[in-house]
Design a protein around this ligand. Structure first.
Ligand SMILES: [Zn+2]
Ligand SMILES: [Zn+2]
Length: 171
């Protein structure tokens, strides 16, 4: 994707050491896929806030914050899901800072904003994108949507003889 290489240059900010600036930019967040289902963050491009601080050793400290709405398939019931996710991440890049302080998204004064935003969102995503916190999902036996029939049960589940048997086994 061509947009992945999109970057902005910190040198044009003309910051002196210890000076900082807040930038309002836009980032392409790209697309995501879980279990073969596409998930798309909206809007795109997404407004983002980048707080840039130039450190007194010549390095940079950056904070990226944005909010996006993820649309896709509920991982429990396979219905449509929509979830708002707030992302706030920090990167530090120091000259001779070693691996820990060498941000993969800051190369000299170039910031790979789209890649940074995409990766940060991937990490911030809940492991399950679901339609609502209390989504009941699908019946593991017959696959019907339990949200449409919350009382749904199979005979064996509530047959008192089975629970009696279970009690006996444990005694
Ligand atoms: Zn659901
Ligand atoms: Zn069922």
């Amino acid at each position: 994707m061509a947009s992945d290489s999109e970057s902005f240059d910190l040198s044009i900010l003309g910051l002196s050491p210890v000076e900082g600036k807040r930038l309002e930019l836009e980032a392409e967040l790209g697309e995501f896929e879980f279990a073969g289902e596409p998930y798309r963050p909206e809007p795109q491009p997404c407004p983002v806030v980048v707080d840039v601080t130039r450190m007194n050793n010549g390095g940079w400290s950056l904070k990226l914050a944005f909010e996006t709405t993820m649309r896709g398939t509920c991982m429990r019931c396979l219905g449509p899901a929509e979830r708002t996710i707030a992302v706030e991440v920090r990167e530090v890049d120091q000259v001779d800072g070693g691996e820990e302080l060498d941000s993969p998204y800051i190369n000299g004064t170039e910031v790979a904003l789209n890649q940074w935003a995409h990766d940060s969102l991937a990490l911030a995503l809940p492991t399950q994108v679901i339609c609502r916190p209390q989504c009941l999902g699908l019946c593991p036996r017959c696959g019907i949507d339990l949200n449409a029939d919350p009382g749904h049960e199979h005979e064996a589940d509530k047959d008192p003889r089975w629970s009696k048997l279970d009690e006996l086994k444990f005694d």
